[in-house]
Design a protein. Sequence first.
Lengths: 1235, 247
Amino acid sequence: MTETTDSRAATGAGMDTGLTDSLLRLGRHFRRGETSADLRTLHQIGGRSADVFYRDRWAYDKVVRSTHGVNCTGSCSWKVYVKDGIITWEAQQTDYPSIGPDKPEYEPRGCPRGASFSWYTYSPARVRYPYVRGTLLELYREAKERLKDPVLAWADVVDDAEKARRYKSARGKGGFVRAEWWEAAEIVAAAHVHTIKRYGPDRVAGFSPIPAMSMVSHAAGARFISLVGGAMLSFYDWYADLPVASPQVFGDQTDVPESADWFDAGYLIMWGSNVPVTRTPDAHYMTEARYRGQKVIVVSPDYGDHTKFADEWLPARPGTDAALAMAMGHVILKEFFVDRQTPPFVDYVKRYTDLPFLVTVAEGDEGWLPGKFLTAADLGESGEGAAAKTVLLDAATGEPVVPRGSLGHRFTESGQGRWNLDLGGVDPLLSLHGDHAEPVTVRLPRFDTTEPGVLCRGVPTRMVHGRRVTTVFDLLLAQYGVGRPGLPGDWPTGYDDAAQPYTPAWQEPITGVPAAAAERIAREFADNAERSGGRSMILMGAGTNHWFHSDQIYRSFLALVMLTGCQGVNGGGWAHYVGQEKCRPITGWSTLAFGLDWSRPPRQMQGTVYWYLATDQWRYDPFTAEAMASPLAKGRFAGRTAADNIALASRLGWMPSYPTFNRNPLDLADEAERLGKDAAQHVVDGLSTGHLRFACEDPDAPENFPRCLTVWRANLLGSSAKGNEYFLRHLLGTDSNLQTSDHAGVRPAEVTWRDEAPVGKLDLLLSLDFRMTSTTLFSDVVLPAATWYEKHDLSSTDMHPYVHAFSPAISPPWEAKTDFEAFHRIARGFSWLAEKHLGVRRDIVAVPLQHDTADATAQPGGRVLDWKAGECEPIPGRTMPRLVVVERDYAAVGEKMAALGPLVDRLGVTTKGVTVHPDAEVEYLKAANGVIPSGIAAGRPSLARDTHAAEAILALSGTTNGRLATEGFRALERRTGTRLADLAAENEGKRITFADTQARPVPVITSPEWSGSETGGRRYAPFTINTERLKPWHTLTGRQHFYLDHDWMAELGEQLPIFRPPLDMTALFDEPGVGALEGAGGHKAITVRYLTPHSKWSIHSAYQDNLHMLTLSRGGQTIWMSDVDAAKIGVSDNDWIEAVNRNGVVVARAIVSHRMPEGTVFMYHAQDRAVDVPRTERTGKRGGIHNALTRLMIKPSHLIGGYAQQSFALNYHGPTGNQRDEVTTIRRRSQEVQY
Amino acid sequence: MTTVLWMTVPYVALTSFVLGHVWRYRHDQFGWTTRSSQLHESRLLRLGSPMFHFGLLAVIGGHVLGIAVPASWTEALGVSEFAYHLVSVSAGTLSGLVTVAGLAILLYRRVTVPAVRKATTTNDKIMYVLLTTAIATGMLNTVGSNLIGGGYDYRATVSPWFRGLFTIHPRPELMVGTPVSFQVHNLVVLALLALWPYTRLVHVFSAPLGYLVRPYVVYRGRDPRRPDVRRYARAWQTPSSTPAARR
């Protein structure tokens, strides 16, 4: 080295100029150290202390593994750095176990949002102390001083109309004062005791979404709510993230491939899911798969971030996606089923879908209509389950066959070992088309025209046991307009026939996508599936799932993947990515969360229904459910509002209904006992005679109000409260910007209308959070929560196969406490007060007919029979909700919280119809967690610490405990008669402990809790157990459903996949039409579609107030609009604008971008009101958030229950809180804003 | 009052100047910076900055000459009072004008360029007011008193007073009767010195003079006689143990 430099110096390789050289030579005399011969380097000893400060800046003294318990499917494991007891920064963990040599790895995982989290720890947004609104605290303290009892004091405040109005109308207007923890917890406990005593436990509710994002924290609160008899509210459907098509088609809540499985796909359509933005840590699989030759298509109205990854972009107009999908289905049916019978496709649909099953066609007044599935009962069988066993024809003999696997085999004694998809040599007849068929013309609805119309198309039929039948496949061809020779009716003349649904040319004017592109993409999609064995995939999400008719959009998508044999195949099928988090250790979590170890059943309420009634949005519907009905409807919705339908769904046991009755269920139980009657019978008698009513039949009666609501791990009023202004007015009783009145609201047929709508229904809004949000700002009591870097917890997702831990990097600072600790404190306070005021009570719980239980066979044929109208007898558990008496020892709630109860061993634990008995696990938990020495839980395993709860969740779940997975599969084997247990056998002895998850993310075990297999290290794809092990889907036929025969599905014209356009807000609510301009000069306003997609700079409302994300984004509330629309109303980029519709007012800055299509604006979801929200010109009050312009609308078919896969389970089936169909009118406002 | 103004105040200011730097160096090495705004604007900066800085160097040199060097010394060298004044006023005026012009450019830039304006803190604003006032009153003394006015022999009053502060023989009485403009100048400069360590002016002590004569690449070996003392463990030494292990 020296030699080289010397030689260079010798050859005169000096610096730039002679002057430089001389300066450097001169420098040698001024310092110690050696200058090299070429004058370029200096070697010196010491002097390193000068950069110590820099090294110390990035030094730390501990690294802790944690993650972000935010409503995001990332579930990325992070390193949290701590220095001098202060959390300094975070970095991505890189120790995810490898997924094998043939795929990219899961690490690195993370995104800028997660990387900015540590800012919150010491930020101004942090909630540091317990807060109570001053007005309330003064009133409470005064009353307690006087009455010497917290419960009486609370009663004194809320029962006095004037006092109640004072503190309720102050909500959202500041005025928080610090309280001591004991006092805040005491107020909360007193409110709950009083509410339970006066109104009943079903007037208490808890809202906390997405258990997967921090299972222990969720379970802690849900356990308290459930043990006192309160209702936990659903969130997946309420968020409109639940694709109702999933229960309808698959009989499953949602099960999707992990992101590494995208890499297996050969053809990928991103259709409503902007993967780089909303699935940031996983998006690399999509980009990497392209290098493997994958073709990527994007369907999106705007030039979204994902569009730049696409080989082709189909810019379909917002909400018209089903039209495109129907046209693609038309092409696939025509080319791959009719023109040419593609063997793998035909084989797939025969085995795994309902296409070969027989459906009756019945002659109505004006023609033939598709009816019900033909069942074994129709064939004259009278055995058990006959009405739930569907029928197909044997292609060889032409005789009807009742194949295995349908619902009738699932819960019956005779079905033991026969609930499987083994056709036993029968080749199902797919179509009746042929020489012997008798064609009839069926009438099918169409909704693409201004007024819904009727299509007349022929299907081949045959008589079976006196009934005229056809197959679902034949009906499907008629629906899609794929003609065959010899069939009557109106058929398209070809792909270029724009007049006849559902051709490529037909969809072009609707979606704006060229017919040729639709045709070609459909062909490519199917062709790839045929040649790759089903490796064509559609990534779908909020863009296509948040519409009123999203279930139909999704069914038209799912038709594509089912027809091409992609579902249940690695690299193929649907991939639904919005809100679809996966609590992998689901059994353990649900056992703890709902207190199933102490009492069953818990109260679980459907969120959308709850809020729709509680916030009085039902009063503002100027239309009845008939507005949604098919032109072929039988008039079942005539004169019935959504509230009427909810009342019907409640009393028929379809949907849960809490508050349930207009009486306290504790008092009802006491009354029955006094009268010496069976409690259930007492209730049935009361309902029959009219002495007792369902609370939902009179939601505005004070005795039917929800009274106590606890929100944690959630920002209800900043993120999900569709109809935010209705929440503020009616639920909270404070100022709102509501721009409409209920005068035009249609008066319900059976629900009581009170002329004066109540305001301020809720007595207590409690929130636990670590940062100030719109929800905490409106709460009565705010408790300071620990952040995700300050507690023990568990995280999992469906995007990757691991479970991993949260760990405290520091103790919760200031007076913050973990949710676990907070709820245990509240529970102890509650128990203490309950000892005097409640004691041991009996509670009558009304339970809806549950999915994955025999309840799903309660109302055969999906025929709607109303006992109240005398159409049937009121029989709990069949024609109405089950009525179950639960004993509640209120003084023992605190003790029960802290121990694993005895029902775990006595009854076992059940998930999706599979029961296992965790006896060995209880023994293990006693050893690991310790045993409770005395009291009601003496001898039981401890759950007194968060780590105990985490250990119990892992031990009680098959995904994290191989012994239970194997036992579960054995139990399932007894039902299916097929081999399954080998899927978990490789892990039978493996138990994932909490310490394992703290050390490193741990891959989970294949378990009957889910539908896919990870066995042998393969990537997870849903329904692979169904396709490979012939395990039926949890549906009526046991197959994936194209056809739904419930009465209400027919009423809506949605028995088959169909295109329904976005709701017409002009027709429904008299809003101006999209594109309408009003005003002149500087006051011009334009009406546009109002979409609220998920943002790049936040996860819902989290991070959007974070300094780093505010810096990376425009910051504050913004609305994106197209340059064309902006020009029409004279708006320039960054101008202040005001957006108004009947629901509320929003003030925001305009982001004018040619990325946006004309006629549509985006206000990114959940830009909280904590940052930069000025007063409106319209009302002078502070502007609203994105949900100020939205409201709830209930789709009747989502209320269906008690029938096969259309039965209730929490977060599985229920009305969605959709918001995408909304419009708003935008104008430029004064640029002077006031705060 | 004389004692307070011309003895207490100077010592407080100078104490703040010295101890402030020590404190700043120990606790805020990350903040020890010019907070350069070159990233936001460079055209005006390229003109204004050298004018200001080199002009200021000359001005400071002039001050050393005028204050630190007693009149007797220059007289001993045979430099007459008139000759001294001729040199000091002409050179002082010239360097002063360059400094003022440079400062004017920099201030204009700071106000009119939005990005630079937004990068200006309150601390900066106070510093600029003091700096500008100091330079303005200094110019007033040089140009106003000596060039236009009759001239004032500050070497008889101000200079010995200032030197007295350092020889621990403070003579505040010397400042009595000096022109108000000189008094104001002195007080403003003292205020500037007092605030100096808490502003960006600390960069004076980090002027990269050594760069002129130093090779670009520097290797610093550990000093075996003085091992590093670290507050924190090295990254590879840090136990990233699981909380379970610590529990």
